[in-house]
Design a protein around this ligand. Sequence first.
Ligand code: GTP
Ligand code: MG
Length: 296
Amino acid sequence: MAWHSPDGWLTQGLAPHVSTITITFIITLALPIFVHWYLYRSRAATVTPKFLVLGPSGAGKTALITTLERGAPTATHTSLTPLTIAAPLPATHTPSSARYRSTNDAALRLVPILFTDTPGHGKLRHLALGLITPAPPTPPPTGLIFVVDAAALSSEADNAGLRDAAEYLHDVLLALQRAYERAKSSVAREIPLVVVAGKLDLFTALPAGVVRSLLEAEIGRVRETKARGIVGVGKGGDGLGGEEVVEEGALGGRAEGKFEFGVMEEWGIKVSVVGGNVRGEGPGVTGLWDWVAGQI
Ligand SMILES: Nc1nc2c(ncn2[C@@H]2O[C@H](COP(=O)(O)OP(=O)(O)OP(=O)(O)O)[C@@H](O)[C@H]2O)c(=O)[nH]1
Ligand SMILES: [Mg+2]
C-alpha cells in the first residue's frame, strides 16, 4: 500500500484519530521533562571546586581562609601542615557557570568550595608545590590563590619581603609551566592564579596595581639569577651548552628581559591581581570572591 493512499500510514498519522492525538500529547509532555532530566544529570557530575592557597609565611593565608569560612579571622599560628576548609559562595556572588540560572535556584548555594591552606615557611613549601600538580587520579586544583602581604613589599633595593614573595611565585609559576609542557596537549588544562595583595587596611600597604608591577619586575630578576646559576654549572660540566638549557627551562621561555604575567597565558596560566584585607577598613574579601565566582 502506497503511503499516499487513504489507508497509508501518513494519512492515518495526520487524521484526527484518538490514538494519534494521544501519542502526540504524550510526546509533547515527555520531551521537555526528558531534556531537563538529561541536562541536570550531566551537570551533577562536575567535581567540587577546589582552590589552593599559597604564599610566603605571615602573608595572611590562614587568616584569609578562616574569613572566607566564618566571615571573620581567628587568631593564627605559623601553619605546619596543609588544612582544607569548605565555604559556600556568598549569596551576593553567582558562579560564572550558573549566570543564566534564576537567582532563586536553591541548587546554586548548595555547592561548597574547598580552600586548602598551605604553610608558607621556606622549608615547608614542598608540601604546597606537591599539591599544585598532584599525581593522578587526584584532580589538580581549580585555581591557585597566592597571598602576599602588601605592607611588607616595597620598591627599595634588597627588600626581603618582595624577594621572598617573588622567588616563591616564580617557583609556583615554573611548576605550572612544566606541568603544562609535560601534559599531552589534549589533557593540558588552563589554570587560573590570583595574587591577593593582602593587609590593605595597613597604612603602608601598596595598592594591587603596584604590587603587580613590583612582583613582575622582581620575578624577572629572580629568573635571571637562576639562569646565571644554570649557565655557570653548564659551562663547567660535560660540555653541554648551558645557554640552551636555560632557554628551554626558564620561566616564560626566556631567561632575560622584562617579565610580565601576560606571557604565562601561552602555558595556560591566567594571572590576575586583586586587593583585599581581613582586618580593619578596606575592600575586604569581595574582590577574591568575585574572582572565585568567575572560575566555577
Ligand atoms: N592588619 C591586618 N593583619 C592581617 C591581615 N591578614 C592577616 N593579618 C595578620 O597577619 C599575621 C599572619 O597571618 P597568618 O594568616 O597566620 O599568616 P600565614 O600566611 O598563614 O602564615 P604561615 O602559616 O606561617 O604560612 C596574623 O597576625 C594576622 O592577624 C589583614 O588583612 N590585615
Ligand atoms: Mg598559616
